[in-house]
Design a protein around this ligand. Sequence first.
Ligand SMILES: CC(C)(COP(=O)(O)OP(=O)(O)OC[C@H]1O[C@@H](n2cnc3c(N)ncnc32)[C@H](O)[C@@H]1OP(=O)(O)O)[C@@H](O)C(=O)NCCC(=O)NCCS
Length: 223
Amino acid sequence: MAPYRIRQYEDGDYEAVRTIFARGITEHAPAAYVHMLTHPQAQLLFLALFLAVLAASGSLLVSLVAVLLALTGGWFCIRALWTGYVQQSLRSDLLDIRRSYLEAANSCLWVAEAEGAVVGMVGAILPQDPSEREHALELKRMSVGREHRGQGIARALCRTVIRFAQDRGYSAVVLSTSMVQDSAQRLYESMGFRRVSERSPSRLTSFLRFSVIYYRYEIPGSR
Ligand SMILES: CC(C)(COP(=O)(O)OP(=O)(O)OC[C@H]1O[C@@H](n2cnc3c(N)ncnc32)[C@H](O)[C@@H]1OP(=O)(O)O)[C@@H](O)C(=O)NCCC(=O)NCCS
């Protein structure tokens, strides 16, 4: 287990940071797909498709191929949602990282470095919700490279954000993660974050039974 240190983002980290973020997010697409398939509504839909094609064609093979095509389509749809989110993130705050995190007030991005390589990252930024901005900072873009997980790196990154928020007089840290990111949920809950709400970001995601979980950490001793 190589020792690691947490330090502020530098321009030379640009590609590594974007890659670690993109990999950390896209790895959840299969879990989101399985989640969709295990939902009774989706299963009923595939069954209905099978029976409809069977009634129309009278062919078991054609009905199975239709279901297989629908399953493949479902996979591409889910994968497109995840890669779409990654692309959108890479085009927003992660496009000009220096401007988004280092030049903006009350924002920062840190990396975890081990043996000279960037192996993890996290950002702190003003929350999107204007009503939160006076009281809280948002923890964003947490990701640790697969081969460096389970060493407490995310925990250390999380503590860095909390300390940063506390030093600036904020009373809370907020964040969001998805329902299929189990290790992230356990990480945040073990750090003392509590779930405040859970909602589906769009009609499509609602149909796919996919939701985003919102967490909040009240900084001890703050007003
Ligand atoms: C979530 C993630 C950041 C955790 O990184 P990590 O460095 O492995 O986490 P740590 O070693 O600091 O673990 C801290 C705690 O998180 C929880 N945790 C982390 N990985 C876990 C896993 N695979 N299963 C269960 N709990 C896990 C545990 O409570 C753990 O504490 P413990 O080791 O005392 O049990 C990492 O898995 C990751 O990058 N995932 C992909 C990207 C992602 O989902 N980011 C979150 C965006 S909101």
